[in-house]
Design a protein around this ligand. Structure first.
Ligand SMILES: O=C(O)c1cccc(C(=O)CC[C@H]2O[C@@H](n3cnc4c(=O)[nH]cnc43)[C@H](O)[C@@H]2O)c1
Length: 220
């Protein structure tokens, strides 16, 4: 069976940035994932629920068509933790962490791990993507984007090794893990998390960085 890679983006702009990097005449195997001889690039929607549902559906469809995926990649823009990373940087995720999956309490946030309902941390496969020159760290998955200094500080304290937050990774990773497929995540930083200021977002820089990642041919 030919190795096949599923690349899941949340929105069309991210898909188009990846596609621009891959180019029309993509040569396989893609050096980003040397074991893959084919790939599908799809839009799965914003947020972990849409991303999980769409990714799981794609995995099952591919299986039923006799051309199953061998790995799944979540790709998109993200908010960066100030002091840890800069706008325009690219993060290769080491794990997807569902940062708000749990319960609040007078003693603070209790994750599903603490509650005994599974795990909020799904590891990325360290061998799936070969991007030696980019930063590596945990990527949080949130259902509410961080828009205050207080929330940013709380997340930073709770996740000292996280570089970024986005909204799909844990959903895509859940679908991949349940299908027994290796997972990884690539995020380009479009904004810093903290007090909401959309005028400071640099979507152009982040999407351009994604294009560059997927345009890398010889150097990876
Ligand atoms: O308008 C806002 O203040 C705002 C804050 C956070 C996220 C959004 C989005 O519309 C995000 C949609 C999309 O982008 C990813 N993303 C990018 N930056 C962040 C972030 O700082 N926190 C969470 N998600 C982010 C996310 O994966 C979505 O796919 C608007």
């Amino acid at each position: 069976m030919l190795p096949r890679l599923l690349i899941a983006t949340a929105v069309p702009a991210e898909r188009d940035a990846v596609r621009a990097g891959l180019g029309e005449g993509t040569v396989y195997p893609d050096p980003l994932s040397p074991d893959a001889t084919d790939l599908d690039l799809v839009v799965v929607g914003v947020g972990p629920a849409a991303a999980a549902a769409a990714t799981a559906r794609r995995i099952v469809l591919a299986e039923s068509e006799g051309a199953p995926y061998s790995a799944v990649l979540s790709v998109g823009v993200a908010g960066g933790f100030p002091g840890r990373i800069e706008i325009g940087d690219v993060v290769l995720g080491t794990a997807a962490v569902a940062a708000d999956l749990g319960v609040d309490s007078p003693d603070g946030f209790l994750s599903v791990d603490t509650l005994g309902f599974g795990t909020a941390t799904l590891p990325a496969d360290p061998n799936l993507v070969h991007l030696p020159k980019f930063r590596t760290g945990k990527v949080l998955t949130v259902t509410t984007g961080t828009g205050t200094a207080e929330r940013a500080a709380e997340l930073a304290a709770r996740h000292p090794d996280a570089l970024a937050e986005a909204m799909e990774g844990y959903g895509v990773a859940s679908a991949a893990h349940q299908a027994g497929l290796p997972y990884s995540e690539i995020r380009a930083i479009s904004n810093m998390i903290g007090p909401r200021d959309t005028s400071a977002w640099r979507m152009d820089l982040a999407l351009g960085a994604l294009t560059e990642v997927f345009a890398i041919r010889e150097s990876v």
